[in-house]
Design a protein around this ligand. Structure first.
Ligand code: ATP
Ligand code: MG
Length: 443
């Protein structure tokens, strides 16, 4: 096991395009780090540089104490699982899992013992004699995982390993991966663009945009205290709403109505500015008729015309289209496109209590929890209201949660499964293009 330390990592492909640009990121020993970002932002490139399948153009990559920029993939002793995990169709589950150990010429009895241990961990024991073709998608994915974790690698690297599975299996495997990682305690970097995976799996999440690292933090930190418009819009589903607002003293004039900025910190952030973007998450609105007087006083109420409603049983979505000045509308459209959002128009998406009886066409009284809003600089996209004290507190919360999860998964601390799965060997790179490629990468 080892930490992975990246310093100013750059990757330029042949055409000079910087797919990864000056990325500095420390993955701590035993940490579960998630890499997210829209398609093409450089996630796979970064992962492939860690594992050594891609040359590093600039910067320094360390695994443990060792600088690995010039070290061959197999000497880095990392295990990687790709999106299109490739199993050997002619080999049994047992032999598929055993493969890296056979390559490393591990003695027979030890192979046998370790395959059985790994299979036990992944609940594959009863399938050891079967061929991959006869397994379900989730079982196959577990075999690919087994092949990756059977070696005691310095780190596990996953590139969207669950994206080929249907939603239900993905949910199951997600929990399994989380449990397994905490139990083995092996440093892990996991690429995804699935919101739920990003929010639930990792200790910390790193958000990339066009090859540039935007923010690294616990899921809560990214959600509650994003550094800029991009992270604010990318993390969370449905996305945060961004409303253009003209500043009038301590009040904000938005297309949904006028309201007070909230506290002194927010008032200070807008002081002296003409126009800002106000970020409000869908759940920070409520049907004003359902909010008690005391709570109501802590926020602001606006009146807005609801265009469409969707009642989902546990909540009610209301859509409120609005007009924005041309330049800001264009900026918001660009951002929305970059975030792969399916939004076609400037509209606020609002999540209300399912008990709400607001209907389409109504001029609805909407309460806004102004203590939760963010103010962004429209030019730079910077979050002007990020609360550093809260950020520090969230970091402590995350640290406690991480410790608790590890304890829960490793009750007998020290005698963990990681210790039993000992041994070295080559990089197990389950090839992207099918089993033969995987074989090549494993030599
Ligand atoms: N072999 C290559 N030669 C030239 N450009 C490349 C090569 N591989 C990737 N790129 C470019 O580098 C950028 C980052 O690609 P990368 O595959 O790392 O993105 P990604 O974040 O993994 O995207 P996705 O979510 O779609 O998998 C893209 O713009 C891509 O076009
Ligand atoms: Mg990719």
């Amino acid at each position: 096991m080892a930490a992975i330390t990246m310093k100013n990592i750059v990757k330029r492909y042949g055409d000079g395009f910087p797919a990864v640009n000056e990325v500095s990121l420390d993955v701590r020993d035993g940490e579960f780090m998630i890499l997210v970002g829209p398609s093409g932002c450089g996630k796979s490139t970064l992962l492939r540089m860690i594992v050594g399948l891609e040359d590093i153009t600039g910067g320094e990559m360390r695994i443990g104490e060792r600088v690995v920029n010039k070290i061959a993939p197999r000497q880095r002793n990392l295990s990687m699982v790709f999106q299109n995990y490739a199993l050997y169709p002619h080999l049994t589950v047992f032999e598929n899992i055993a493969f890296p150990l056979r390559l490393a010429k591990v003695p027979r009895e030890e192979v046998d013992r370790r395959v059985r241990e790994t299979a036990e961990l992944l609940e594959l024991t009863e399938h050891l004699d079967r061929k991959p073709a006869n397994l379900s998608g989730g079982q196959r994915q577990r075999v690919a995982m087994g092949r990756a974790i059977i070696r005691q690698a310095n780190a596990f690297l996953f590139d969207e390993p669950l994206s080929n599975l249907d939603a239900k299996l993905r949910g199951q495997m997600r929990t399994e991966i989380s449990r397994l990682q905490r139990r083995l305690g092996v440093t892990t970097v996991y690429v995804t663009h699935d919101q739920t995976e990003a929010m639930t799996l990792g200790d910390r999440v790193a958000v990339l945009r066009k090859g540039v690292l935007q923010q690294v933090g616990s899921p809560r930190e990214l959600y509650e205290e994003p550094v800029n418009l991009f992270v604010a819009g990318f993390i969370g589903s449905p996305s945060m709403n961004f409303l253009p607002a003209s500043v009038d003293g301590t009040a904000l004039d938005t297309p949904l109505g006028r309201f007070e900025a909230g506290d002194a910190r927010k008032a200070a952030a807008i002081e002296g500015r003409d126009v800002v973007l106000v970020g409000i998450r869908p759940e920070h609105f409520e049907d004003a008729s359902l909010v008690g007087a005391e709570k109501k006083a802590r926020g602001s109420t606006v009146s807005a015309r609801v265009d469409v409603t969707e009642w989902l049983g546990n909540e009610l979505y209301a859509y409120v289209p609005y007009e924005a000045p041309d330049d800001l509308a264009a900026q918001l459209r660009d951002l929305s496109r970059e975030l792969d959002s399916d939004q076609l128009r400037t509209q606020a998406v609002i999540s209300l209590d399912a008990a709400s009886e607001i209907t389409a066409g109504d001029a609805a009284e909407l309460w806004i929890d102004t203590s939760k809003i963010h103010i962004f600089d429209p030019a730079s996209g910077a979050n002007l209201t990020r609360d550093e004290a809260r950020v520090a507190e969230l970091a402590r919360v995350a640290e406690r949660a991480r410790e608790a999860q590890r304890r829960a998964q490793r009750p007998g601390e020290g005698a963990g499964a990681a210790g039993d799965l000992s041994g070295g060997g080559a990089v197990t790179a389950a090839g992207e293009e099918g089993a033969p490629a995987a074989g090549a990468a494993e030599t």
